[in-house]
Design a protein around this ligand. Structure first.
Ligand code: CP
Length: 303
């Protein structure tokens, strides 16, 4: 029987998501082991990445596995015209699991269908980023002690921000209230808002970030995704829409934590990095533990 892949956050039930968070806690306590000894993980990045690629590779190394792959598709046979199908079918012969980031929405689902080994979607265009979603959930759980009944603000590029899409959908299982802060042009897609409506949860839309800040437990900042704009003039209009400064944090809930999937361009002033409410670097570290948990789970080494 074909092993399970993780392409969309929908591929894991709420119970499975919580199990991954539990396993991540175990890996945080004991990161180094040899449970992946003898396993080869393929890391195929057709789009740039720092955190996702390197935290996956760190996760593999910490568990005694090996990594093959590329960080630049120009050095793969894609540059000679090879199809994604042929690349994936070939790499599946060499490896036990494939981690793939690709600019085309739906490419990860396609890869999972043609691959004989599990595929983990490390981001497909503006669609989904389920492993980021799980590490965001882990970060929220660690900082708030719960996932339920929270007020969460998503700020910035809610249209193209795939991390926002995945996390919104996941948090609809936890009775959260959503505060959606974006320019008019970059609102959360209706298809994602429909998930909130389907669960009879509340969401509020703002253009003014200051309206949302005092109300929320989590302030999830995002970058305006320059690479997704077809017209650079449209990007120029919104690129500085939200820049979080220390002065803007004068009236917050005491438990507020600031998250950002990173990379940051200019959405959060560097002065905020030392503020106890800033959690985005720890969030990036949490990615290692969550990805250890995912690899172990999908390879059947943990259940
Ligand atoms: N959060 C995230 O996906 O970061 P990278 O693009 O650096 O992998």
């Amino acid at each position: 029987m074909k092993k399970k892949s993780l392409v969309s956050i929908h591929d894991f039930s709420k119970e499975e998501q919580l199990r991954i968070l539990e396993l991540a806690g175990e890996f945080e306590k004991t990161p180094n082991s040899s449970i992946l000894e003898g396993q080869v993980i393929a890391s195929l990045f057709f789009e740039p990445s720092t955190r996702t690629r390197l935290s996956f590779e760190t996760a593999v190394q910490r568990m005694g596995g090996r990594v093959i792959g590329f960080a630049d598709a120009n050095i793969s046979s894609t540059s000679k015209g090879e199809s994604l199908m042929d690349s994936i079918k070939t790499v599946a012969l060499y490896s036990d699991l494939i981690v793939m980031r690709h600019p085309v929405e739906g490419s990860a689902r396609f890869a999972s269908e043609v691959s004989d080994v599990p595929v983990i979607n490390a981001g497909d265009g503006a669609n989904q980023h389920p492993t980021q979603c799980l590490l965001d959930m882990y970060s929220i759980l660690k900082t708030q002690g719960k996932l339920d009944d929270l007020h969460v603000a998503f700020v910035g590029d809610l249209k193209y921000g795939r991390t926002v899409h995945s996390l919104t959908i996941a948090l609809t299982n936890f009775n959260c209230t959503f505060h959606l802060v974006s320019p008019e042009e970059l609102k959360l897609p209706s298809s994602v808002k429909q998930h909130i409506k389907d669960k009879n949860l509340k969401y509020y839309q703002y253009t003014d970030l200051m309206e949302a800040i005092p109300k929320v437990d989590i302030l999830y900042m995002t970058r305006i995704q320059k690479e997704r704009f077809s017209d650079p003039v449209d990007y120029e209009k919104v690129k500085n829409a939200y820049i979080l400064t220390r002065q803007m944090l004068g009236n917050t809930k005491p438990n507020l934590r600031i998250l950002h999937p990173m990379p940051r361009v200019n959405e959060i002033e560097e002065q905020i990095d030392t503020d106890p409410r800033a959690y985005y670097f720890q969030q990036a570290l949490n990615g290692v533990y969550v990805r250890q948990a995912l690899l172990a789970y999908l390879l059947g080494l943990k259940s």
